[in-house]
Design a protein around this ligand. Structure first.
Ligand code: GDP
Ligand code: IMO
Ligand code: MG
Length: 427
């Protein structure tokens, strides 16, 4: 049986949490492979609403084993508060597995994230301030702290000292801040070691053995394709690879094991933080999308920037991820518009462009070319099959599918687990 990847096809917040939770009952493992608690995944089960940041959405399915892979960055204090919150609500979290090779977000990484953003001023990225970028920077610079380092105090001390050497120079001389004491950091990190121990595992071995035993493994991406450090709108991106390849490096499962790559695609577009966004709306339509779609960040509480659907981006997501399917979410939010504009191509310096330009300058100059599709006014939140949708909603979905380059296999018509139209089964 296969491994599947489920990832964001736009700039994040497409509804990955809901989609993962929906599949949770049919899979044995749900694996986060990149990012950290910059993610905010909302899952609605019955009248219960959960906001997950670091934990895989599979944690809410009792039969499923949730895994935090080697490619994830882990803030232990956030992990424990998330686990405590779930335990208080009666969710059993004892099956969780965490890779010993996952990197730890230390307090100094969080400090560096915040001071760097402040220092950038107008040029800031608008990060979540969770220490994500600096932790991945330490990993690549080979001065990162890994989960397994918590179990050897002497190595931990040496590593923290090495990591702080350069940072303290920067903090005191460039950012005018106080130096951070290695001893204090080591002391804090060691307080997490015992509670973490039962979860720590060789997740590469566990996942590959599971696949050998015909178990189903679902990889849950954080963020989205356009926030990818390599394939996104650099530098306005996150510091990891949410795209499909990241599932392999971030878990130690080879690409030949992956049979399905599902792109989660919102029926319109949103973005949090800075960076180009060709279909962004600054008018009443943008405000209406924000209001009706409840487009407010789960992690930072910031209003999300909103705009019409962008087919150029969807086509790009199909290509860089090798998408086999789309899961179209939030179609219900578009109910009530007489006409729904969809961006089919860009105009860049007077020329029509069908594909995402690789040049940052061109992308900043891209103006959307819209086609207006007829809207619908009927309530669609109770629709169970594609045929239950009004004709114009069906036509909207079909048009998006044609423009985006992969079949739309499921449609979200509300936040709840059951508010979904399944067209082709994923498993
Ligand atoms: P994620 O980060 O990709 O998991 O997405 P978020 O949870 O940050 O944002 C998606 C929001 O849309 C959440 O509040 C979901 O409950 C909600 N949602 C997901 N699918 C649908 C849908 O089909 N319709 C509606 N109305 N809301 C949805
Ligand atoms: P989910 O998983 C939307 C954005 C931030 C910022 C940029 C870099 O819920 O879809 P970072 O803190 O990662 O260094 O910030 O990336 N960002 C997200 N935007 N959804 C997310 O996660 C995001 N995670 C990071 O707003 O622009
Ligand atoms: Mg989110």
């Amino acid at each position: 049986m296969p491994a599947l990847v489920l990832l964001g096809a736009q700039w994040g917040d497409e509804g990955k949490g809901k989609a993962t939770d929906l599949l949770g009952g049919s899979v044995d493992y749900v694996v986060r492979y990149q990012g950290g608690n910059n993610a905010g995944h909302t899952v609605v089960v019955g009248d219960q609403k959960y906001a997950l940041h670091l934990l895989p959405s599979g944690i809410l399915t009792p039969e499923c084993t949730p895994v935090i892979g080697n490619g994830v960055v882990v803030d232990p204090s956030v992990l424990f508060s998330e686990l405590n919150g779930l335990n208080e609500r009666g969710v059993d979290t004892s099956k969780l597995l965490i890779s010993g090779n996952a990197h730890i977000i230390t307090p100094y990484n969080v400090t560096v994230d915040k001071v760097t953003e402040r220092f950038l001023g107008k040029r800031k990225i608008g990060t979540t301030g969770r220490g994500i970028g600096p932790t991945y920077a330490d990993k690549i610079n080979r001065v990162g702290i890994r989960v397994q380092d918590l179990y050897d105090e002497s190595i931990l001390t040496q590593k923290v000292e090495a990591a702080l050497d350069g940072k303290n120079q920067l903090l005191t001389k460039v950012f005018n801040r106080r130096a951070i004491e290695a001893e204090q950091i080591v002391e804090e990190l060691l307080t997490y070691a015992d509670r973490l121990r039962p979860y720590v595992a060789d997740t590469v071995l566990v996942l590959n053995q599971a696949l050998d035993d015909n178990k189903v493994v679902l990889f849950e991406g954080g963020q989205g394709t356009l926030l990818d450090i390599d394939h996104g709108t650099y530098p306005f991106v996150t510091s990891s690879n949410p795209t499909a390849g990241g599932a392999c490096t971030g878990s130690g499962v080879g690409p030949t094991k992956i049979s399905r790559v599902i792109g989660i695609l919102k029926a319109y577009t949103t973005r949090v933080g800075a960076g180009p966004f060709p279909t962004e709306l600054f008018d009443e339509d943008g405000a209406a999308l924000r209001r009706i779609g409840h487009e407010r960040g789960v992690t930072t509480g910031r209003d999300r920037r909103c705009g019409w659907f962008d087919a150029v981006i969807a086509r790009y997501a199909t290509r860089v991820n090798g998408l086999t399917d789309f899961f179209l979410t939030k179609l219900d939010v578009l109910t009530g518009w007489e006409q729904i504009p969809v961006c089919v191509a860009y105009e860049i310096d007077g020329k029509r462009v069908e594909e995402l330009p690789y040049s940052q300058t061109d992308f900043h100059h891209a103006k959307p070319i819209y086609e207006n599709l007829p809207g619908w006014s009927e309530d669609i939140t109770k629709a169970k099959t594609f045929a239950d949708l009004p004709k114009n909603a069906q036509a909207y979905v079909k048009a998006l599918e044609e423009m985006s380059g992969a079949p739309i296999s499921a449609i979200g018509v509300g936040p709840g687990r059951t508010e979904t139209i399944e067209i082709n089964s994923f498993i």
